[in-house]
Ligand binder design. Sequence first.
Ligand code: EPZ
Length: 420
Amino acid sequence: MDKFLIEGGHSLKGEVKVKGAKNSALPILATTLLCEDEFTIENVPLLRDIFTIKKVLEVLGASVTLDGNKAIVDTRGAVGYEAPYELVKQMRASYYVLGPLLARVGRALVSLPGGCAIGTRPIDIHLRGLKKLKADISITHGYIDAYGNNLKGSHIFLEGQNGPSVGATINVMAAATLAKGVTVIEGAAMEPEVTDVANFLNKCGAKIKGQGTRSIEIRGVKKLHGCEYEIIPDRIEAGTLAVGAAISRGEIFLKGAKTEHLEEFISKLKEVGVDVFSEKDGFAVKMDKDIGSTDIETAPFPGFPTDMQAQFTALLCLSNGVSIVREKIFEERFMHVLELVRMGADIKRENDYVIIKGVPCLYGAKVMASDLRASAALVLAGLSASGTTEVGRIYHIDRGYENIEERLRNLGAHIWRQEE
Ligand code: EPZ
């Protein structure tokens, strides 16, 4: 396993192109299974998770060619219907093939995804929604065993006790594109990635309206077809790099980033003293003063994104006051806290929130990555820490950030990868 070595104290400066959104690319690649045709998908980030979904599609008989950040997908040979445990355990988002397989093949055998470091991550809302479309679903030997030869449109309320589900909204929306009649999903997730998948499906001939609101209407069609599509920029990568500039007191331009995908996050950045300048094709972030404190509560879009909580927590460790960060989406998304404490942070966890007392500086230490965004938070802390930080198990980071160490080095960070 690889590790990162980071020598702190170097400000990030310059311009960086934001890559395509991981959480759009994964479902969009999976929904190509809704028809047998060819697709050209631009702005696909080259991440571990993309290589995993590529393997899942290939196991199902599709072909996926990656040419830089362009994916050419050919599903004309896709006849399989089983997503095996070996692949699903590597990446839970493999369950995105469930809805498309049910709708096109009428059959799906998908391994139940395990839990993960940030929480139990059940998929009851996915299954409830698909059953409302008249799919016949049972769980046998750790697999979701699903039949759905003639899915029927339905009026579905899809929220869970933790609010709307991004994954379930996308899985049900995808299946509904080929169901007979009209489906309305109430309590739909509004994340930009859900909108991106809906826009992709409409380019494939689907009839979806209301994406980006709590209520999405899908009129079933007989068949879909291939298309050319460009994935939206990754708002979480943009946010992560923005925190990198703030925590290292630097100034960077995030080329391609869309401020409308990060409004609540940007208003919190401004609240702690960061200057943010919106431009035509991106936004600039500049920090040249003390980091202020603030309180954060994660929420479904358009609220503060849970995927930015760990990174913002790292920034607040260096504030000139006391901050409260409450994680309302995932029950265990505080794996970064004890590692930040080992770097000198003053953080106390109380159930679903942490109290962060700002300290003048963090100190380099050997720390361990545990999940994607917690690992990113440790890298950000290392950028500002005095001395050298060693972040182990960085395969977690490679799941969600393309070539991050080279892109950070191009911005002035002293970071390099080493075999562990
Ligand atoms: C997506 O996960 C993202 N992953 C996550 O990003 C992101 O944190 C999450 O949405 C919330 O925005 C991908 O898009 C691949 P949810 P997803 O269903 O769809 C509960 C990252 O770092 N729930 O919106 O799995 C769930 O436990 C990853 O890039 C159920 O109870 O999230 C959570 O509490 C991490 N039953 C809440 O809903 C279900 O069937 C929201 O989860 C599904 C979810």
